[in-house]
Write a protein that binds this ligand. Structure first.
Ligand code: ATP
Ligand code: MG
Length: 311
């Protein structure tokens, strides 16, 4: 990957060239800069570059306020004023071989693109389900908005199937959000993001609000689904130990810049950037065997579906 080549002199100067994805890219972000045009303008994302490989889990780490959410929103132009993209490019490499310049895509095409090619699970998403509409109707709305030809029965079957995939009993299609636990609501949001079989899912702190056991269950299933369906994931969290467990590669952000991007293995063994080392050092549990927990559940002997009701 050549992404770091044209960055301005900055914190990244001392960083060796980032490791590129092992597989062909599905998304290339180059020198993306996002400014909040407030009284005192804030450059929340500064010349950020990264490439996402097809089927790869890319972790995006960094302390609160470093620009992770701003970057995620800007990638598919979900940012709102005062945020403004001040420079750079975002290109989606479709499975059929075409490249889409997302920053130049007309609005109608962008709406078709979202959910179907790239979906997002937003920070705090489990609270963003509409409280007065059943889960089934919310899934159905998303399907209908993107495909008017599919019949009602088929849509229902598809909604049931995505729920099953994330370990939620399809009987829950008739439930309202308040009838579900936090973990189940979060699973529903992940099901919603998978509904149209996108090639990329951006997940912003998808499990931070959940207790650690539920979090592990969901992540284990996410990794298994990725293995099965081959979508790529940008997984955002400030929980670096968690990222080391589930990611293929990890990008570390500091004050709006991607200061390091490398395989999870290489970061764990010897991060290049002092900030990454500091971040790693602030998690005492890293020397433990925690990594084995999620990985161990993702083998060939892992069940295809979660038996019973999830938490
Ligand atoms: N609407 C806004 N107006 C002005 N500045 C903003 C706005 N939203 C975010 N910022 C600033 O942009 C920077 C990046 O914010 P962002 O929410 O992207 O960080 P983050 O890495 O996602 O943090 P967290 O881990 O807390 O979710 C912060 O300094 C924040 O104060
Ligand atoms: Mg955020």
């Amino acid at each position: 990957m050549t992404a770091t080549a044209s960055r301005p002199a900055s914190l990244v100067e001392a960083v060796p060239p980032a490791a590129g994805p092992a597989r062909e890219p599905v998304l290339t972000v180059r020198d993306l800069t996002v400014v909040y045009e407030t009284e005192q303008p804030v450059t929340a994302v500064r010349s950020a570059s990264l490439q996402l490989g097809r089927g790869e889990i890319l972790g995006l780490a960094g302390e609160s306020g470093c620009g992770k959410t701003t970057l995620a929103y800007a990638i598919n132009r979900l940012h709102q004023p005062p945020a403004r993209i001040a420079g750079g490019s975002v290109v989606f490499h479709d499975r059929d071989g075409t490249d889409l310049d997302l920053l130049a895509l007309p609005d109608a095409a962008l709406r078709r693109f979202r959910w179907s090619k790239l979906s997002m699970v937003f920070q705090g998403a489990m609270n963003s389900l509409n409280p007065v509409i059943t889960i089934g109707a919310q899934l159905d709305d998303t399907l209908r908005a993107h495909d008017r030809r599919t019949g009602r029965a088929q849509r229902r079957e598809r909604s049931a199937e995505v729920l099953r995939r994330v370990g939620v009993d399809p009987v829950r299609l008739r439930s309202y959000p308040h009838e579900l636990s936090g973990g189940m609501r979060q699973r529903v949001m992940i099901a919603m993001a998978m509904l149209l079989e996108p090639q990329i899912m951006i997940m912003d702190e998808p499990t931070t609000a959940l207790d650690v056991v539920v979090q592990r269950d969901i992540l284990r299933e996410l990794v298994r689904l990725r293995d099965e369906l081959d979508f790529a994931v940008v997984f955002i969290t400030h929980d670096l130990p968690l990222l080391l467990e589930i990611s293929d590669r990890i990008a570390v952000m500091l004050r709006g810049e991607v200061v390091e991007l490398d395989t999870a293995e290489r970061l764990r063994l010897g991060a290049a950037h002092p900030y990454t080392r500091r971040l790693l050092g602030s998690f005492p549990s890293l020397s433990g065997e925690r990594g084995a927990f999620i990985r161990s559940g993702v083998g060939a002997d892992a069940p295809a579906t979660t038996p019973g009701e999830p938490a």
